[in-house]
Design a protein around this ligand. Sequence first.
Ligand code: ACO
Length: 433
Amino acid sequence: MSKDTLTITDNRTGRTYEVPIESGTVRAMDLRSIKVSDEDFGLMSYDPGYMNTASCKSTITFTDGDKGILRYRGYPIEQLAQHSSFLEVAYLLYFGTLPEPDEFVRWDHGIRYHTMIHEGIKQFLNGFRYDAHPMGILVSTVAALATFYPESKKVFDADVRRIQFYRLVAKMPTLAAFAYRHRMGMPYVYPDNSLGYAENFLNMTFHGSEPSSTRPPDFEHSPVLARALDTLFLLHADHEQNCSTSSIRMVGSAQTDPYTAVSAAAAALYGPLHGGANEAVLRMLKEIGSTAGVPEYVKQVKAGERKLFGFGHRVYKSYDPRARVIKTCADKVFEVMGRNPLIDVAIELERIALEDEYFIKRKLYPNVDFYSGLIYEAIGFPTEMFPVLFAIPRTPGWYSQWQEHLTDPDQKLARPRQIYLGETVRDVPRRDG
Ligand code: ACO
């Protein structure tokens, strides 16, 4: 008769243990009873990079890497991209259901009226060097918000948490746009609450007399660009236990306020292997320059000299479903803003890579970052803004995961173990005279 347990024989002692299997997992703590002696600490599992460790139970986002599936609260990402807006999805992630029309009106209104940031933040911004990276500015300013909202420390108060959720979703685009304007040396543009989420962000970023070195979006086309940006935001809203989400859960496990915790998540996202990859993709495409340069670049990747940025994913071992939707967004943006010539390099790179044994064997496919940078650039964003454009929409995902973690009775302060391989005890040498 089948049983939901695992029988383990410890060949060191010959003893047998039976541990329960729940949802396809065994509890790592159950291994601790496996010992060679009473003094033995007990068996641990070793899993660098958390390749095979479930750190939580979650009801928010489902991915199936082999089948290329991504669902938020059970809804397929493709359907949400077609029928919903980013703000509806942000509501879905946090509250668990898509908003009814009257709920959406209240939610949308609440977001519009929390977009302003305290004037003190502007002074803080002015302390940054003129060429400070906008992601560095965002990571710092979002943490600084905690000092403006000290009540956010009451992390177990559901009403307090809800208000900070409104504030964070609403203020991230303002902080992001101000970070951009600071770097460009341009005056800040205040939020315009008559505009929708993405449009308001585009307006705060690009409105006014831009220096000739940037290409501002043509405002005649702003509804098309705002819709494309909104879809990109929606696709980036959550992605279960990735590096930045695991970071916010870890920091949150210490009951840190949500602004500081979001800042930690954004810091993780900043890295080139995570949210910084879209910036790296653009630099790579520019370096390749034209389709003629693709074979040589692929050769270097296969020789282990380079990395093909925007390819490969810890979870997706087939096509990243977000990359497929993003490709269609690119066409719409290029229709009004002109074709980004680097798209031809990207398409050729994808074509060659998908036919090549090296990539097929390792199941390396384009990920979400492969095409998103090309769209951002066509809209007029410099590459430094790319991780920022990832952090804005990931905020509702981070926040929902942070809340789920805090309210999960199974969770505790996150504190992994180590395998100590250093020196055993030794005496400090005396240096007499
Ligand atoms: N280019 C070339 N080779 C690659 C790439 C790549 N982009 N990604 C993986 N490989 C190779 C590795 O060298 C390794 O080869 P080997 O078996 O011969 O040693 C094999 O594929 C397995 O790679 P791992 O690094 O073990 O896979 P892992 O799951 O740890 O890496 C990661 C996932 C970090 C995303 C990796 O694919 C990568 O660095 N990609 C480029 C950066 C990128 O696009 N990141 C964005 C991810 S999406 C996101 O975070 C939003």
